[in-house]
Design a protein around this ligand. Structure first.
Ligand code: ZN
Length: 69
């Protein structure tokens, strides 16, 4: 993410925040795609960390998968 997302309702820059479960686990996206290479051959699925932006005005949250290009 190179640019800070803006809230579609308020038009202000959204703040990056960390979302985790009450047990302290980070949220992850689990893709149907398998990883490339040896891990993929073993059936390991591709995982992405979540990146969350929250609007400081209205509290709207946007959750992005941190996909490497
Ligand atoms: Zn807002």
């Amino acid at each position: 993410m190179t640019t800070d997302p803006r809230c579609p309702d308020c038009g202000v820059t959204m703040e990056e925040m960390t979302v985790q479960t009450s047990g302290g686990h980070h949220l992850q996206f689990l893709s149907d795609e398998t990883k490339e290479g040896l891990l993929g051959k073993l059936g390991v699925k591709q995982r992405y960390d979540g990146q969350t932006y929250v609007c400081p005005e209205c509290g709207l949250a946007r959750l992005y998968a941190d996909i490497d290009e």
